[in-house]
Write a protein that binds this ligand. Structure first.
Ligand SMILES: C[S@@+](CC[C@H](N)C(=O)[O-])C[C@H]1O[C@@H](n2cnc3c(N)ncnc32)[C@H](O)[C@@H]1O
Length: 232
């Protein structure tokens, strides 16, 4: 099927896909979830046309990261790279006040589903900011959203080029509170795409910092999460 026909079919199915996706969300929300269960939901929520929630992460790596973030008892989380909202589902279960998630594009149809991710009774609010994280006016929008707040956790999972990830780190680390965490995805050297260059940035940034690496298998292709603990 051509891309145009696929888009048309997805558009025509919006009401039905929305119904199925929100029914699935209610299933997830039916009781409190452990971190392991939440990760499982982020990986297997399902695909419902424009209402897909999914993450491409290694289970052991993202679980270790989620536990490190949970230990901070985070109020506010900032994510660069929403994609299908899989990691957002995890952050929305951990933050007690706010998750701000940024991407070049958010499908308008998907927005209400992503905003509804925090568990029932959670005061956490999800804000989707659409735009290029490298643009100065976009950084100002993030700053305006945060106001006086600092974030407990910054997840950099957007532009994977060395220059791109370095710019996100240099631009957004000022928003992280002392004692907070900054994490990077795809720190493994062996990557499936030449544009995945986080390893080269990570090698340069980690000396002298308090870091941890969550790597499922050192021989794997792609993935790997590195975290920097901001001095308290
Ligand atoms: C690997 S995906 C994020 C995956 C997501 N964190 C997860 O695991 O569920 C990377 C996303 O970053 C977005 N992105 C790439 N460059 C960006 C930029 N300069 N500003 C904002 N988002 C960007 C892409 O559009 C893509 O959706």
């Amino acid at each position: 099927m051509s891309n145009i026909l696929k888009e048309l079919s997805r558009t025509l199915r919006v009401p039905f896909s929305r119904f199925l996706a929100f029914r699935r969300l209610r299933e997830y929300h039916v009781r409190p979830r452990s971190i392991e269960e939440t990760v499982d939901w982020a990986m297997r929520f399902g695909r419902y046309g424009y209402f897909t929630i999914h993450t491409l992460q290694k289970r052991s790596e993202i679980t270790a990261l989620a536990k490190a973030v949970a230990a901070l008892k985070p109020k506010t989380i900032l994510e660069i790279g929403t994609a299908r909202g899989g990691t957002l589902l995890i952050w929305a279960s951990l933050a007690s006040e706010r998750v701000i998630t940024c991407d070049l594009l958010h499908r308008e149809a998907q927005r209400p589903l992503l905003e509804a991710l925090p568990p029932p009774g959670s005061p956490c609010r999800v804000t989707l900011l659409t735009g290029d994280s490298h643009q100065a006016d976009f950084k100002q929008r993030v700053a305006r959203e945060l106001g006086d707040r600092k974030v407990d956790f910054l997840f950099i999972d957007g532009d994977h080029t060395e220059a791109g990830v370095a710019q996100d780190y240099n631009d957004y680390r000022e928003f992280v509170r002392p004692g907070g965490i900054i994490a990077f995805h795809d720190i493994i050297e062996n990557q499936p795409f030449a544009s995945n260059q986080v390893y080269h940035f990570w090698k340069k940034v980690k000396p002298g910092q308090t870091i941890e690496e969550f790597i499922d298998d050192p021989q794997q292709c792609g993935f790997g999460i590195g975290i920097i603990r901001v001095p308290a």
